[in-house]
Design a protein around this ligand. Structure first.
Ligand SMILES: Cc1ncc(C[n+]2csc(CCOP(=O)(O)OP(=O)(O)O)c2C)c(N)n1
Length: 349
């Protein structure tokens, strides 16, 4: 059973004909985006205070697409996020405290303070620990869906869905092609979210692929693909909502390609000075854009939006305060086995 995320209401699917429930979904969407941005910002500050070992990777500018992915899944689904997916992770059920504990290298974190912060996950939740940013996770999702099929669990027209996230650079990794092709041949309920943020680290689109649009690849694999403006929150919800619904109905894999811009470096160590002002001027910030839209449409007031930020920062501060009281890993107390103990209660007591 997917635990409900911290103090945030659970996500309901909108009925297409009900404007109130659609507005409710859009507000929840913005809430996840803001929570993720505030958490990313706080992790950057903690890094500057020397409280985070390793680098910090943010999803700045990608929150609308990522959050829509996480929140449109449901318990029993599988989600393989990447380093830009703090928003989707939270919306799918990752807790703030686990993010903070992991980033601060605490023994109480799901990584037990043994690793950096990018490989965290929660198998019970169906949130897969990331192996690599470069396409390695799609085959894991394909394998999990195949396992469910072998167990007789992948039948009917309301299937569980496996969602994998990938970037424009990762789309060119060999492992990705093999896994996506297998998903197509097996007609698996997989949704591949492609965040085209214009750069693979510092390599621009014109040096990473030669087709007109990455979504053209879907036809090559033999399944459905669609594009959306990744800076437009409502467009992300609509495109991913449609893709997830198709996959659940048994229509096979779905690709959703979002066009957006990474509004930060690859990680905190990267100043991203290769992003020109001209390129930057072509893309908005999804959070600002969505906040403005919801204000203009009378769905939220300026004060409502301020409160979303305040609530997010309060939750994050509480988690940071708690994590600061918790122990760092101590080799003298650890059994440094190669494989993690699935039962974390052992390390928490
Ligand atoms: C097999 C492999 N090759 C290279 C790298 C180094 N690397 C890490 S992320 C990255 C670029 C990824 O670009 P993209 O998929 O567009 O994602 P983005 O970082 O832009 O979100 C590279 C080259 C790696 N981690 N693994």
């Amino acid at each position: 059973m997917k635990p409900q995320p911290q103090k945030l209401p659970s996500i309901a699917s909108p009925k297409a004909s009900d404007p109130a429930s659609i507005n409710d979904l859009r507000v929840r969407h913005l809430r996840w985006m803001i929570l993720a941005r505030a958490l990313d910002d706080r992790m950057c500050k903690l890094k500057a205070q020397n409280l985070v070992p390793g680098s910090v990777f943010t999803g700045r500018g990608q929150e609308a697409f990522s959050a829509a992915g996480g929140m449109l899944l449901r318990p029993g689904d599988v989600f393989a996020p990447l380093i830009r997916d703090q928003a989707g992770r939270l919306a799918f059920g990752e807790t703030i405290i686990d993010v903070v504990r992991t980033c601060m290298g605490k023994r109480t974190s799901s990584m037990r303070g043994r690793d950096g912060n990018i490989h965290r996950g929660n198998i019970d939740l169906g949130l897969l620990p990331m192996i690599s940013h470069l396409g390695a996770m799609v085959s894991v999702v394909v394998g999990m869906l195949m396992a469910r099929r072998f167990q007789g669990k992948l039948v009917g027209n309301d299937l569980c869905v496996g969602m994998a996230s990938i970037g424009d650079g990762g789309m060119n990794a060999g492992a990705l092609h093999e896994a996506v092709n297998a998903a197509a041949v097996e007609k698996l309920p997989m949704v591949l979210l492609v965040a085209n943020n214009q750069v693979a680290y510092s390599t621009f689109n014109d040096r990473t692929y030669a087709c007109k649009d990455l979504v053209d690849r879907a036809a090559g694999y033999g399944f459905n693909g669609q594009s959306c403006d990744g800076t437009d929150a409502a467009a992300c919800l609509a495109a991913i909502g449609d893709a997830v619904a198709r996959a659940r109905r048994g229509e096979g894999p779905q690709m959703v390609v979002a066009t957006l811009l990474r509004l930060a470096g690859h990680g905190l160590h990267d100043p991203a000075d290769y992003i020109t002002p001209e390129l930057k001027s072509r893309f908005g910030d999804c959070i600002q854009l969505d906040s403005n839209t919801l204000k203009i449409q009378g769905v939220l007031s300026e004060q409502d939006i301020e409160r979303l930020w305040e609530d997010a920062r309060t939750l994050i501060s509480a988690a940071v305060e708690q994590a600061q009281t918790e122990p760092d890993p101590d080799p003298g107390q650890e059994t440094w086995n190669a494989y993690a103990e699935p039962d974390l209660k052992k390390v928490r007591t």
